[in-house]
Design a protein around this ligand. Structure first.
Ligand SMILES: [Zn+2]
Length: 262
């Protein structure tokens, strides 16, 4: 009994025919153009691609990016403190933008809670951070009073049970890691000779965040050896603070990577 060719058999036949006519056409081109060199080069390239295929397929997936959330505090209707002629909301946004480019140049994934003078509630800031699955968050504030950088961690008590935390106290499960992160930020700022004051306080946005998080409040540098009157606008001071924060995040990332290898 004669069997009808199956569908897949027919497809293979069609493919073979198509390949045969392509080869014939290519052969004709060679004869026409006497371009044997080009033909061999094309075949060599094709073989190289075929050989390289499995190598690409077996390459390990790229390491997930280390994501940092920058939260420029205040914005829109909430101007924050008055800093000379400027509002705190503008200062924090400028610092967030500056820090973002420093971090992106160092290979971080950066998510910001606002990019413009927009009103943003603490809950939506926390939502952005939690959705980003961030490995660190820095909430940025500024003040005229005090000296140097005031560094805060949430005042929530560390949670016993990490699994069933109400939204408003999600940070409780992260307090210990936030304290470690604050330690890294503290040493980077101290290394840059920026005075640091550490504190714990209720932080409405951070209290709902499920990631290591700190708030910093930048005050003018009032040190004995500072040149000129203390000012938040001092470009050298601004650069030192931004560079130190970037260095802290580089250190935090390398500690996290060392930890994950153990
Ligand atoms: Zn503020």
């Amino acid at each position: 009994m004669r069997q009808e060719p199956s569908d897949s058999g027919a497809s293979i036949l069609l493919l073979l025919r198509a390949a045969y006519s392509s080869l014939r056409a290519a052969g004709q081109m060679i004869r026409d153009n006497h371009n044997r060199c080009g033909w061999f080069r094309a075949m060599a390239a094709l073989l190289a691609i075929t050989a390289a295929g499995p190598i690409f397929a077996q390459a390990p997936p790229a390491a997930p990016r280390f994501v940092v959330v920058l939260d420029a505090a205040h914005g829109g209707d909430d101007a924050g403190a008055r800093l000379g002629s400027e509002a705190e909301k503008a200062y924090t946004l400028a610092l967030s933008t500056r820090l973002r480019s420093l971090l992106m140049a160092r290979g971080f994934g950066v998510v910001t809670t606002r990019e413009s003078d927009a009103t943003s509630e603490p809950d939506s800031r926390a939502q952005i951070a939690n959705h980003a699955n961030a490995q660190a968050c820095i909430s940025l504030h500024a003040a005229e009073s005090g000296s140097g950088v005031h560094l805060f961690v949430s005042s929530l008590a560390p949670a016993q049970d990490e699994h069933f935390l109400p939204w408003k106290t999600a940070q409780a499960a992260w307090i210990m890691r936030s304290l470690s992160f604050a330690g890294v930020v503290n040493s980077a700022l101290s290394h840059a000779t920026v005075p640091v004051t550490l504190g714990r306080t209720a932080l409405p946005a951070i209290d709902s965040m499920s990631c290591p998080a700190v708030a910093i409040e930048i005050a003018p540098e009032r040190s004995a050896d500072a040149k000129g009157p203390p000012s938040l606008d001092d470009p050298d001071y601004q650069a030192r603070v931004a560079d130190a924060l970037a260095a802290a995040l580089v250190e935090w990332r390398s500690q996290a990577r060392e930890g994950s290898q153990q």
